[in-house]
Design a protein around this ligand. Sequence first.
Ligand code: UD1
Ligand code: MG
Length: 451
Amino acid sequence: MSTSLIILAAGQGTRMKSDLPKVLHEVAGAPLLVHAMKSGAALEPEKTVIVAGVGADLVAAAAQAFDETAEVVLQDEQLGTGHAVLCARDALADQDGDVIVLYGDTPFIRPETLADMAAARTRHDVVVLGFEAADPGRYGRLVMSGDTLERIVEHADASDEERAITLCNSGVIAASTKTLFDLLDDVSNDNASGEYYLTDIIAIARDRDLSATAVTCDEAETMGVNSRAQLAQAEASFQARARAEALENGITLPAPETVHFAHDTVIGRDALIEQNVVFGPGVTIESGARIRAFSHLEGCHVSRGAIVGPYARLRPGAELSENVHVGNFVEIKNATLAEGAKANHLTYIGDASVGEATNIGAGTITCNYDGVMKHHTSIGARAFVGSNTMLVAPVTVGDDAMTATGTIVNKNVPDGAMAIGRAEQVNKPGLAVKLFEMLKVKKAKRDKEAG
Ligand code: UD1
Ligand code: MG
């Protein structure tokens, strides 16, 4: 059966104290909203509808950057979760399958949990995701009788007896599209908060003799983000899981607690990730590569047998082939390094291609930017680029070519040629000794004047 997703993301997020809509704050390099969309994507939804309010344009841009087919509907006034879901009605008018409601600020619902809910849906009209809360606080409480969920009571409306219930509502609900909207038609705002509660659909369903049940998950999955402190907790919880998974998958991490992963980091088995490595989004590391301490990588690909760092920076578009070595204080951006190429010290390679087995000397820089435009540097195979070479792009260095130390390369270097472009050296006999004496006399005079 086809499934659609509704993701509620209209909330202000007042407690974030931010100009950015809450759901756009990031965990592991992706907005909270994208984490929710990724969970939901496991159900291969027919349609995804995001209910946005505050900062709707920004929310739409982030949602569509992840899934260009996502539809964004506006909830002008936040009248409650029930009202928010109703805002998605028109967008789903052509859907006759199931629908699952998720919250945009709840990033960690596991795809397996949603699959459990879909399975329970084959036996029940409405399925709610619940959890045993360590501290039930202000959560809605699930009132069960046996397997049947009779109603959900919001904290503000609950009796003392109901408040003693520890099985709480995560907010995730599944039903058929038709049932969900039919039930919502009967929801009123006659309650302690004056809001239209999505949770009221359970009691209404039971009145109509529909069946409702709860599927449960671990409390950690239902963690929502409402403040910066919770955002930091969510990040810590993501990182703890990513580190455990990396170890489980056969990756060596001598100090796992110091490595930071992004939501989409892919690492092959037998890779070694040393201390204090940070992965931004879009990184793939192949098996057996080694990322040494204090390196920062984003939007890049590191092949088998390559060694990166310590203290290296790979920026978007860095593509390292097998057995490439990139050493300390080397920055690479939008550049390919072919098999066995080496840039071991203090270098910037941007907008460039480097051929196989080429060696880039210390202090080499591709001068890729003229203040207005970026230009490409092409370096051939088996070339030797001497230390402190400035490659003024656009420029080409041929196969088997060499550049002398200190050369400013602003003309193409043919295959097999040696480029030398630096001022000629002149030696003045005895001048150094004379200069030292002069300077010492000068210093003595100055010290005397200063007393
Ligand atoms: C809701 C549930 C509660 C549950 C809790 C779990 C209701 C009535 N209550 O309470 O049972 O235990 O979540 O965290 O559903 N939103 C909108 N538009 C609105 C109102 C809310 O988009 O008009 C969004 C919010 O941005 C948020 C989500 O819906 O992402 C939940 O809203 P929130 O106000 O946090 O609900 P709670 O009071 O926490
Ligand atoms: Mg809430």
